[in-house]
Design a protein around this ligand. Structure first.
Ligand SMILES: *[C@@H]1O[C@H](CO)[C@@H](O)[C@H](O)[C@H]1NC(C)=O
Ligand SMILES: *[C@@H]1O[C@H](CO)[C@@H](O)[C@H](O)[C@H]1NC(C)=O
Ligand SMILES: *[C@@H]1O[C@H](CO)[C@@H](O)[C@H](O)[C@H]1NC(C)=O
Ligand SMILES: *[C@@H]1O[C@H](CO)[C@@H](O)[C@H](O)[C@H]1NC(C)=O
Ligand SMILES: *[C@@H]1O[C@H](CO)[C@@H](O)[C@H](O)[C@H]1NC(C)=O
Ligand SMILES: *[C@@H]1O[C@H](CO)[C@@H](O)[C@H](O)[C@H]1NC(C)=O
Ligand SMILES: *[C@@H]1O[C@H](CO)[C@@H](O)[C@H](O)[C@H]1NC(C)=O
Length: 753
């Protein structure tokens, strides 16, 4: 039957084969029927024909020096070759004889030597050899792998006997050029690497797990590190994830060691949106004991601080020590050893133990949903209160309220009654929906009845009302976004606004309050210039405190006592030097002379100005007189008898118009005495003789014309003892006898700039 089949298959193959008869050494393409020869797949083969033997090699022409994968059969002058397609009878025949062949037959190669027939069958990752003869004699076929003979097929056919045949499994695996028999397992105890040639002839490698280490005796053990630094968790598998909120997370839980857990607590640093590892907590003995590894190398056992140094201190079985880099806590837990290190910014867990453990927490798998490993220590208690009485009497599902509560508290702080806000909201929803009043939940949850905050003040748009101290007073706080531009540059307000002759500095009230500064005690260098709320801006938008002055600094020490820190806010304006216009006066006529007839007297009166007290430097029309320059004005008479009369200057005044009575008026001398409000005026010799003089500092009328007129009213006084001299001290004001006086004389002098 086989002969028939072979002929049939040969006929099929012949139609596609160009040269079925091979007479010389040849290379043949078998890519349409590749053979996996002991685990090595080949798409060509090479034939060497000698009279001694026929060698068919898959990896190149036969060379005894090379490690050939070859079949060596009896010698022949020519061979017949074909590729046969599969048929089920052939597959059954192979499988019946070779039970280790499990794959299905794909195709086969048939090579007819003069004395034997060889078939190499392709069973995908497996292969099988069939050798048959009906020629009389003994025939050997060697199977070589890497040049080594792995089996010899002996066929002996006696004369007249029927065909004899053998089947050989050509399956196997190779690893680094080494042959593995099907089912063979080899392992290296040093590396714990083991190779297994499975029945499907695929070599499988196994070694220690990713978290494990080979102990050198072929046994793997757990040996792995988890690192938490900043917001990042690099778990035992090397996977990375980042914590986004300010919460506690479980880093490590080992199901078989329930008494041990490591937690990480995250807090913000410079930025609100990035959290950093802030402390590490070891939970022992259920969760009845906590060892907190905190900032600055501080270690707390529950609430009490431990003093650590490089010597190991054992606390609840945990060996604690501290060096200049950080704190290490080592725990031995049944067959595990955990070492937890924390230096204030990085936490590392080194875990050793038996292989094949499932490890929970972010270190076990940081890709698990972060919220699954989140524990908000305080809020999980207080938020979870919603599951308990009296809340449990409400038929509204508390879960979304609990999640919202924990979510919020993990990104915020429990300030401004935030925690209670969620419980309050749930309680309200219950009372609205089912009209159930939850009895006494506030005292259970430690929440006070909500009060209207900041009743006595209205916070501006950039402020919010918050608690100054937990459960205590309230005040307006700066909203974070508004305040950030000031806080970034550590400033309490805007830069000064400078104008020509003033500067104003606006400070932000809520920022001052943050620093505990009361705006009302602020002042500029002049104590009279106090801080004030700018009513307008406060009413409308912001409570900015305005200071207007050109001098900038604060002095808080006035008033005897102070409860404020000393505050110094220097601000300055660059100002351009204002133009100083020098006003120069010129006298219009250097002296004024008037001839006066008064009763019996006829005399001339001269009014003359000088720039020196000895009255030698007369002011003439070329003399420039500056503002504030002292001027001496002499009133001199001629033609009077000094023994009989004295000249009394009753008054002198300045006007900005020529008329002595018109426009603005400023007295230098009044009632014979210098204007007490003008300290620059001096009067000399008034009422003593026939001349007197006065001095004053030059001035001008503000915002007025360039003209300045000096007018004086004089009187003659008939001398009786010293009766004409006026006492200007104000002590004893002697009244003048009117009768002493003659009619008044007026004289004027004009100045112009
Ligand atoms: C096999 O045939 C090749 C090609 O003709 C030849 O180079 C090689 O030497 C032969 N090998 C032997 C052992 O004869
Ligand atoms: C095949 O024949 C060779 C040489 O005669 C002999 O060494 C070998 O043991 C025989 N193999 C078997 C399986 O009989
Ligand atoms: C562990 O907890 C149990 C009960 O919670 C307690 O009795 C025991 O003393 C604790 N052990 C340690 C070492 O704290
Ligand atoms: C560490 O502290 C312990 C007790 O606090 C003390 O007995 C020990 O001497 C200290 N060791 C060193 C190296 O300072
Ligand atoms: C970690 O968990 C994620 C999500 O559940 C999963 O896809 C991943 O395979 C896990 N990684 C490891 C190493 O177990
Ligand atoms: C604040 O109010 C003042 C006065 O109404 C107004 O001039 C100013 O533009 C307002 N500023 C802002 C930032 O709204
Ligand atoms: C602050 O005021 C006190 C008393 O009024 C005064 O002695 C002190 O010089 C002032 N300091 C400054 C910096 O103005």
């Amino acid at each position: 039957m086989l002969r028939l089949l072979l002929l049939l298959s040969a006929a099929i193959a012949l139609s596609g084969a160009d040269l079925p008869w091979i007479t010389t050494n040849s290379e043949l393409d078998i890519s349409s029927c590749p053979i996996t020869y002991f685990g090595q797949k080949y798409e060509r083969f090479y034939v060497n024909l000698t009279s001694e033997n026929v060698v068919i090699c898959f990896n190149g022409y036969y060379d005894p020096q090379n490690k050939g994968d070859c079949l060596v059969g009896p010698g022949a002058a020519m061979i017949f070759f074909l590729i046969g397609i599969k048929y089920s009878a052939l597959e059954s025949l192979f499988k019946e004889r070779l039970p280790t062949i499990s794959n299905s037959l794909e195709c086969y190669l048939e090579i007819q030597l003069s004395s034997i027939t060889v078939q190499v069958a392709d069973f995908e990752s497996q292969a099988a050899l069939y050798v048959a003869t009906s020629s009389q004699g003994t025939w050997h076929t060697d199977v070589l792998v890497d040049g080594n003979k792995v089996s010899t097929v002996n066929l002996t056919a006696a004369a007249g006997s029927s065909r004899t045949r053998r089947f050989v499994d050509l399956s196997g695996c190779r690893h680094s050029g080494v042959l593995f028999w099907p089912g063979e397992v080899r392992s290296d105890p040093d590396t714990c690497v083991s190779l297994n040639c499975f029945e499907t002839e695929v070599l499988q490698t196994s070694t220690c797990g990713p978290l494990e280490r080979c102990q050198g005796n072929g046994i793997c053990s757990l040996d792995t590190i988890c690192t938490v630094t900043g917001p990042a968790v690099i778990d035992f598998h090397g996977q990375q994830n980042s914590v986004k909120d300010r919460c506690s997370y479980s880093l490590l839980r080992i199901p078989s060691v329930p008494d041990f857990q490591v937690l990480a607590n995250f807090q913000e640093r410079r930025r609100k949106d990035v959290s950093f590892l802030d402390s590490v907590t070891l939970r022992l003995n259920g969760s009845s004991v906590h060892i907190h590894l905190k900032q600055g190398g501080r270690v707390l056992l529950d609430d009490s601080a431990l003093t650590l140094n490089s010597s190991v201190q054992t606390v609840h079985g945990v060996k604690l020590s501290k060096d200049q880099t950080g704190v290490t806590a080592k725990a031995s837990l049944s067959n595990f050893k955990a070492s937890v290190y924390f230096d204030g910014s990085t936490g590392q867990i080194h875990l050793e133990g038996p292989a094949g453990q499932s490890l929970h927490g972010l270190c076990g798998n940081s890709s698990t949903s972060l919220s699954k490993e989140r524990l908000f220590e305080d809020s999980s208690t207080s938020c979870n209160l919603l599951k308990e009485a009296p809340f449990s009497s409400c038929d509204i599902d508390p879960e979304p309220y609990i999640t919202a509560c924990i979510d919020t508290l993990c990104s915020y702080s429990d300030l401004d009654h935030l925690r209670c806000q969620f419980l309050e909201a749930y309680a309200r929803a219950c009372s609205l929906k089912s009209d159930t009043t939850l009895q006494d939940w506030r005292s259970k949850a430690d929440c006070s009845r909500p009060e209207a905050f900041c009743q006595d003040r209205t916070c501006s748009d950039h402020e919010f009302c918050g608690e100054k101290t937990a459960g205590g007073e309230t005040r307006c706080f700066c909203r974070a976004i508004f305040a950030s531009k000031y806080r970034k540059i550590n400033s309490l307000g805007d830069p000064p606004v400078c104008s020509q002759n003033s500067a104003s500095l606006s400070l932000v009230g809520c920022l001052l309050e943050d620093k505990g500064i009361d705006y009302s005690v602020l002042q500029l260098k002049e104590p009279t210039c106090r801080g004030q709320i700018d009513k307008q801006t406060h009413m409308n938008n912001n409570s900015q405190v305005l200071y207007k002055n050109t001098i900038m600094s604060q002095n808080l020490s006035s008033g005897g006592i102070t409860r404020q820190d000393q505050v110094y806010i220097d601000f300055s304006c660059i100002q351009t030097q204002p133009d100083i216009q020098t006003v120069v006066f010129r006298i219009k006529s250097s002296s004024v002379v008037q001839v006066i007839s008064s009763g019996p007297w006829r005399y001339s009166l001269t009014m003359k100005a000088y720039t020196d007290p000895s009255r030698t430097q007369a002011v003439d029309s070329n003399t420039e007189v500056r503002l504030n320059q002292k001027i001496w004005v002499e009133l001199d008479t001629d033609g009077l008898d000094e023994k009989l009369v004295a000249v009394v200057t009753d008054s002198c005044w300045a006007t900005d118009q020529a008329s002595p009575t018109g426009g603005r008026k400023y007295y230098l001398i009044k009632n014979g005495c210098p204007n007490s409000e003008d300290q620059t005026v001096r009067v000399k010799g008034n009422g003593k003789g026939t001349s007197n003089y006065f001095s004053f500092n030059m001035f001008r009328f503000t915002g007025s014309s360039a003209e300045l007129y000096l007018h004086c009213k004089l009187q003659l006084c008939v001398k009786q003892e010293n009766s004409c001299v006026k006492n200007c001290d104000g002590a004893r004001k002697r009244r003048f006898a009117r009768s002493n006086y003659e009619a008044a004389a007026f004289i004027s002098m004009a100045w112009t700039t």
